[in-house]
Design a binder for this molecule. Structure first.
Ligand code: TYD
Length: 217
């Protein structure tokens, strides 16, 4: 495996999609081979699972909820992420296993050891090289998310749940400071984009004059 695996994480409405799009534009401008994907989703199976997970008409218990996210993740890692990393791409994924630890672990109260065991089975232990965590107060985040339209099943969960999710993410960032780039999502989008690019560029090694890039230096 020679590529670089980047993930974006954060609570609702933190601006992940905006920042992810800006990073992808930078990668494109620099001519760096990349693959963009998301969770849940990113494969035909994942897209169907995503519809189930976000459907506000469904009630899903915490364990099956986690197993559905894991099913989507296992398929995505095997069919999209690993092949892209093997090609040497920079892989940019909108949410990954840290979301399960924050939402299903801290948020829903599932046991962290169980989450870890199943996640390792689903991913073969594949961990991102860099995780951008956009941190935001859930009061602001849910407000921002509400402006985008009808809330999905997760967005409908109560504020206390979303506060636990946010705290869960912050604990993860504290536990692995070398992997996480923790950013305050209230900063101006341009400043956030620059900080993210700075961190990514430091991990991408461009082989000059060869018309191709080797993401890992
Ligand atoms: P999405 O519309 O992609 O939300 P966002 O734009 O905030 O990323 O929906 C994904 C939802 O699924 C989001 O509320 C977070 C949640 N989620 C989990 O609860 N566990 C997980 O493992 C993942 C990947 C996402």
């Amino acid at each position: 495996m020679t590529g670089l695996f980047l993930t974006f994480e954060g609570p609702e409405g933190a601006g992940k999609s905006t920042q992810l799009a800006r990073l992808v534009a930078r990668l494109e401008a620099e001519g760096i081979a990349h693959t963009v994907t998301r969770e849940p989703g990113g494969t035909p199976l994942g897209t169907r699972v995503r519809e189930v997970l976000l459907d506000p008409a469904l009630t899903i218990d915490p364990l099956p909820e986690f197993l559905l996210y894991s099913a989507s993740r296992a398929q995505l890692v095997a069919n999209v992420i690993r092949p892209a990393l093997d090609r040497g791409d920079v892989v940019v994924c909108d949410r990954y296993a840290d979301s399960s630890l924050a939402y299903q672990g801290a948020g829903r109260g599932l046991d962290a050891r169980l989450l870890g065991d199943i996640t390792r089975a689903a991913t073969g232990g594949l961990t991102p090289h860099l995780t951008v965590l956009l941190d935001l107060d859930p009061v602001l985040g849910l407000e921002r998310a509400a402006r985008r339209g009808q809330p999905d099943r997760l967005e409908r969960a109560d504020l206390a749940f979303h506060q636990r999710v946010r705290d869960g993410f912050l604990v993860l960032a504290e536990q692995e400071p070398a992997r996480f780039l923790l950013l305050d999502a209230v900063l101006a989008p341009e400043i956030l984009a620059d900080r993210i690019w700075h961190a990514v560029r430091a991990r991408v090694h461009t082989v000059p004059g060869q018309g191709r890039t080797n993401p890992i230096s």
